[in-house]
Design a protein around this ligand. Structure first.
Ligand SMILES: O=P(O)(O)O[C@H]1O[C@H](CO)[C@@H](O)[C@H]1O
Ligand SMILES: O=c1cc[nH]c(=O)[nH]1
Length: 236
């Protein structure tokens, strides 16, 4: 059962997995939000935990940075461990001036400069979209909490340090809310293996205004996003 990247045994993972990029955020989520959390994998320090949230078995596992990394973990969780619902809980940089720091974005779809989904689809465009039911549940849960979310498309970039100035205008004109590095890959993997996926993203910095959350603010805002992700997880 162990894979080259995950050392967990069969049955160690829940069918629903929250996935932050940072493995230490995975540990933080497990310690703060899961009851009876136990570590199920730590290969390469990419920590995974399983516990209980809202009375339901839930796992959390880091996915690293970039599409290649998330694709490995998402594929192995689905294919080897039977996970069916993957919810990325990540950070992003706002592209549009009207998107504010701390906002939580429900990433309905993702454009990308990566070729991975074209590799899957004979070089044709692939609609990298969230599972609709998960997205709707996230929006409804946010409304119930009185903390509405932003819903729309994001841009998944292979480059964190890219030719920024040249691309922001185009992305904004095409209606993209923010930039991050994994969503299009996650949605492609989910489609390929018949799983369901959603990404929730907290705006941690603003690419136009150069504002950024302090470490303390990051934590508080991320907590709100994680509560939302757990609302969605509990509904499965
Ligand atoms: O905070 P996470 O989830 O890692 O997400 C964003 O942060 C990383 C870049 O700093 C990339 O992984 C990007 O997608
Ligand atoms: O990928 C990312 C994540 C956060 N902020 C950015 O500018 N890019």
């Amino acid at each position: 059962m162990p894979t080259p990247h995950i050392s967990a045994a069969a049955g160690d993972f829940a069918d629903v997995v929250l996935m932050p990029g940072d493995p230490l955020r995975a540990r933080y989520i497990a310690q703060r939000f899961l009851q009876d959390a136990r570590e199920v994998t730590s290969v390469r320090n990419m920590y995974g935990y399983t516990g209980v949230a809202r009375g339901r078995k839930v796992s959390v596992m880091g996915h690293g940075m970039g599409i290649p990394s998330i694709s490995i973990y998402a594929t192995e969780l689905i294919q080897q461990y039977g996970s069916r619902v993957l919810i990325r809980v990540g950070s992003c940089g706002a592209l549009r001036h009207d998107v504010k720091l701390r906002e939580v974005i429900v990433a309905l779809g993702a454009g990308t400069d990566s070729k991975v989904n074209r590799m899957r689809l004979q070089d044709h465009d692939f609609p990298a979209v969230a599972d609709f039911a998960l997205a709707r549940q996230a929006v409804e849960a946010a409304e119930k909490r009185g903390k509405p979310v932003r819903v729309g498309s994001v841009f998944t970039s292979d480059l964190f340090y890219g030719p920024a100035g040249q691309t922001y205008e185009v992305h904004e004109r095409m209606g993209m809310l923010a930039v991050e590095m994994e969503v299009a890959g996650l949605y492609g993997v989910a489609a390929e293996y018949g799983a369901r996926a959603l990404a929730l993203l907290t705006v941690s910095d603003h690419l136009r205004t150069k504002e950024a959350l302090s470490p303390e603010e990051r934590q508080t805002t991320f907590d709100e996003m994680i509560e939302l992700a757990l609302d969605v997880a509990a509904a499965q």
